[in-house]
Ligand binder design. Structure first.
Ligand SMILES: *[C@@H]1O[C@H](CO)[C@@H](O)[C@H](O)[C@H]1NC(C)=O
Length: 215
């Protein structure tokens, strides 16, 4: 029981410093940072305290939703600062860590691998996006010009010139164009490279104004 008096409570979001000799809440589930170990945390389940260990590749940063209150270890330098952190990977298949997000190819790819318990699941990026390992997510292909051809990914070639009187010119230096057969998206050109932009839920692209408007 002595151990529990050392627990520093870091609740979700807010940093509340308090010492709890027991679980402060009698019902529900609450997770609290371990003061010394970033791979572990304390879990209160209906008032019962247990010491939990994050799966390999995950840490406790107070806002983890990947698995059992834990988050990916990408920002462990800052999020684990001052606490012990074990960087040892347990690798299998295409997964460096048991939990993680990885590229499925060194080439430009419109999909990526999501590892759970060491099993890789291939997931597609949203239409028009490619996997960017720097952000562990999908991104515009014109931000990865070293390996991606945005025209091939997006399926649109930006015109070299835009008629200054045309509707597209109003959005210069990011001229816009309609997407054939897709009223929920638009093409945008950024320094001559196309991006496919989704209008967002319940919005429709209006060809006359070249903007997304409420349906
Ligand atoms: C916690 O308590 C609630 C309400 O009494 C109950 O429904 C739930 O199953 C309990 N959870 C656990 C993990 O025991």
């Amino acid at each position: 029981m002595k151990l529990f008096s050392f627990i520093i409570v870091i609740s979700f979001g807010a940093l509340a410093l308090a010492q709890v000799p027991h679980c402060p809440e009698p019902i529900g589930e609450q997770a609290y940072a371990h003061p010394e170990n970033c791979n572990q945390f304390f879990l209160c389940t209906n008032g019962t305290l247990t010491l939990e260990t994050c799966e390999n590749g995950l840490i406790f940063n107070g806002k983890g939703g990947v698995h059992n209150h834990c988050a990916y270890n990408w920002n462990h330098e800052t999020e684990c600062a001052g606490r012990y952190y074990d960087p040892t990977p347990i690798s299998s298949e295409s997964c460096e860590y048991q939990f993680g997000i990885y590229e499925d190819s060194n080439d430009c790819s419109t999909s990526y691998l999501k590892c759970e318990f060491g099993v890789a699941h291939q997931l597609p990026c949203e239409k028009g996006l490619v996997y960017d390992h720097r952000i562990h997510g999908c991104n515009w292909p014109d931000l990865l010009l070293e390996k991606c051809n945005p025209e091939a990914v997006v399926g649109f070639k930006c015109p070299a010139k835009v008629d200054p009187r045309s509707p597209a010119a109003r959005f210069w230096p990011f001229p816009r164009f309609p997407v054939p057969n897709d009223p929920h998206s638009l093409f945008l050109c950024n320094e001559g490279h196309p991006r496919l932009i989704a209008c967002g839920e319940d919005k429709i692209f209006q060809a006359d104004t070249l903007t997304c408007e409420d349906a």
